[in-house]
Design a protein around this ligand. Structure first.
Ligand SMILES: [Zn+2]
Ligand SMILES: [Zn+2]
Length: 270
């Protein structure tokens, strides 16, 4: 069309949290040529339905990458993979720890070893969590990097290094520290959540973001919010404070939820 804007060098990706939280996690990433999920923690049917809501056929997916074996990340993995012939990329120890996966197309990676997949390069990096071989991912597209880091007890220096210079970040803001302390969970579970192999609080997530802010940051997804020990407002407020205290970037902030698909980050609109 004459006069249509031509975007050169823009990040040509779409990203959306199909679900986020302790009931199920699945992140959709679309580049120019490739469509992947990171984790499949809803039933295969739910994942297909939620993809339809953003105009994507599950049959058009290319692969699933798995962070760790907990059921809120793997619930639909086997059926989804078989139904839509999707290879699954995971660490061998994660594969071994998943119950009743059935027969699937397995592709194994080592932590710290780059996976080349179509027009993506995917780097699994280590995180601290109570799982066999838990990882975060940096997904590199032709135009920029997407950093995904949830289910972490602490944001180590290595996590910070991996999340530097990402144009989109998916960061865990699991709980408000006071709500967790005063909330209904039994004491051992509270200890697990705030321990070194548990989950990042809103303050921890905001601090991690603060350490990796740069002028190329376009969007921040808040992820894995607890329904019992957090509210979207508390998590957003914490992160907003960090964003307002700097003048490097003005990223979109998108909050994930368990029962509904999040807003999409769509670089074509920016
Ligand atoms: Zn987990
Ligand atoms: Zn989880």
């Amino acid at each position: 069309m004459a006069g249509a804007p031509v975007s050169v060098g823009e990040l040509d990706v779409r990203i959306c949290q199909l679900a986020s939280g302790s009931k199920g996690n699945s992140l959709y990433i679309e580049s120019e040529k490739t469509r992947i999920l990171i984790d499949a923690g809803l039933s295969a049917l739910q994942i297909s339905r939620r993809l339809e809501q953003i105009g994507v056929e599950a049959d058009s997916l290319d692969a699933v990458f798995v962070t760790h074996e907990h059921s809120d990340h793997c619930r639909g993995l086997g059926p989804l993979s078989r139904r839509h012939k999707l290879p699954i990329f995971f660490h061998p120890a994660t594969h071994a720890a998943i119950d009743k996966l059935g027969s699937v197309e397995e592709r194994f990676f080592d932590i710290g070893e780059m996976v080349e997949f179509q027009d993506l390069q995917v780097m699994p990096f280590p995180i601290t969590h109570d799982a066999a071989a838990p990882v975060g991912f940096v997904v590199e597209t032709r135009e920029g990097k997407i950093g995904v880091a949830t289910d972490m007890g602490i944001a180590t220096r290595l996590v910070q290094q991996n999340l530097r210079q990402c144009r989109v970040l998916v960061v865990e803001t699991n709980h408000d520290e006071e709500m967790l302390r005063d909330g209904p969970y039994p004491w051992p579970l509270k200890q697990r959540i705030r321990g070194n192999h548990g989950h990042l609080s809103n303050v921890d997530g905001a601090r991690l973001l603060q350490q990796v802010l740069w002028d190329g940051l376009d969007a921040v997804f808040l992820a894995h919010l607890s329904e019992t020990n957090n509210t979207p407002q508390l998590a957003q407020h914490c992160v907003q404070r960090v964003l307002e205290a700097q003048n490097m970037c003005q990223p979109q902030m998108i909050t994930g939820a368990p029962h509904v698909v999040s807003r999409c980050f769509d670089s074509g609109l920016s």
